[in-house]
Design a protein around this ligand. Sequence first.
Ligand SMILES: Nc1ncnc2c1ncn2[C@@H]1O[C@H](COP(=O)(O)OP(=O)(O)O)[C@@H](O)[C@H]1O
Ligand SMILES: [Mg+2]
Length: 260
Amino acid sequence: MHSALLVQDLSVSLRGRALIEGVSFAIDPGQRMALLGASGSGKSLTAAALLGQLPTAMSASGRLQINGVEVPLSKRRSSRAGITAIHQDPMAALNPLVRLGKQLEIPLRHAGLPASMARKRALELLTSVGIEQAERTMESFSGELSGGQLQRVCIALALACRSTVLVADEATTALDMVSQAKVLDALARNFTSAGAMLFITHDLAVAAAFCHQALVLKSGRIVEKGSMESLVDRPVHHYTQQLVEAAHVGFDSLPPEATA
Ligand SMILES: Nc1ncnc2c1ncn2[C@@H]1O[C@H](COP(=O)(O)OP(=O)(O)O)[C@@H](O)[C@H]1O
Ligand SMILES: [Mg+2]
């Protein structure tokens, strides 16, 4: 069986300076991997390299496979087959001039759904991420929604793309706790069981409740990787120990089923 996502020896450099170095990991189908690390540790650059969306001055090397299929890392593109992003900034991901329903229906139609089914599925996805007035939201433009609502629309949009790999970069950080729980639940329920999720966050408590495995980045290198459980129970690297210590306040405030 192939990994859903395989990354080997990924490096990113800018004018000869290494920003990411020797990053290797694999995610099996159905698994969610947390990518943890302090601000500036290289989380977003790792995501951008996988998506083919690095700034033009940067170059990437290494190996990327999606479902066993080799994907050239060097090519830059607006969208890469088999991999979809949920970005930190929802405004950047949405077209302000196209009704949100239409934007959701496009990838669903691409996947072969007839128009009526695409609309029905778009409504379902919006509802699943906790948008209460899904019908009205379908008719709205991005400028008419709050930041939290837009973030959820983006998550519904990413789910509509049905990619093998989903990369979520701080996708729920801006949401309140209740909305965040709803959205994570929707992500877990609606994302294909054959797929892999790379869940980027600096919030260990959220990662622990949502992810099966974890990677910890520091200065562009992986300093620790393993099951989420072992990372939380027995952090080895000093930086990971600090992360776990700092998160304990957060763990205590989570409901018991979220930490189980
Ligand atoms: N466009 C850029 N130009 C130059 N350096 C960058 C650029 N984007 C990120 N970096 C550098 O790469 C490192 C990792 O950044 P990033 O991946 O955004 O961190 P994180 O997402 O973990 O906060 C940082 O040191 C940052 O300064
Ligand atoms: Mg970032």
